[in-house]
Design a protein around this ligand. Structure first.
Ligand code: HEC
Length: 104
């Protein structure tokens, strides 16, 4: 009984730590999303189009928090839309790492 309780508490701990992480299957979806949806304005190769270039080099010059904010809230007065309804904050953080080339 006691062992089961300790075990389930440990599992709850693992589950809540994992909540901030983006599961591998979702990472795959986000990769496609970035190349297709973001790519429609920023270019399939991210070299820019209607939107500015999102190359690794360009992204590395910008801070993570500013990039996450731009992705979640867009740039009012420009065509860059807010993505908050479609992406969670951990997902936007993952996209920033992906754009910076820190995760494949
Ligand atoms: C409808 C077109 C459009 C789509 C779709 C779009 N963007 Fe943008 N984005 C823009 C434009 C235009 C700008 C430049 C805004 C400005 O003038 O400041 C921009 C700016 C940005 C910037 C800031 C770049 C910098 O150098 O400061 C980031 C980061 C960004 N977009 C990421 C994304 C991501 C990630 C997606 C997909 C989730 C996305 N964008 C989808 C049009 C778009």
């Amino acid at each position: 009984m006691k062992v089961a309780l300790v075990l389930s508490l440990a599992l709850i701990g693992v589950a809540s730590a994992a909540r901030a992480e983006v599961p591998p299957a979702r990472q795959g979806e986000l990769r496609d999303f970035v190349s297709q949806d973001c790519g429609s304005c920023h270019g399939m190769t991210r070299n820019g189009g209607l939107g500015s270039p999102l190359t690794v080099q360009a992204m590395r010059e910008l801070g993570d928090e500013a990039l996450v904010a731009t992705i979640l809230d867009g740039r009012p007065g420009t065509p860059m839309p807010p993505w908050r309804g479609l992406l969670t904050e951990p997902e936007a953080q993952w996209i920033v790492k992906h754009l910076k080339g820190d995760v494949p």
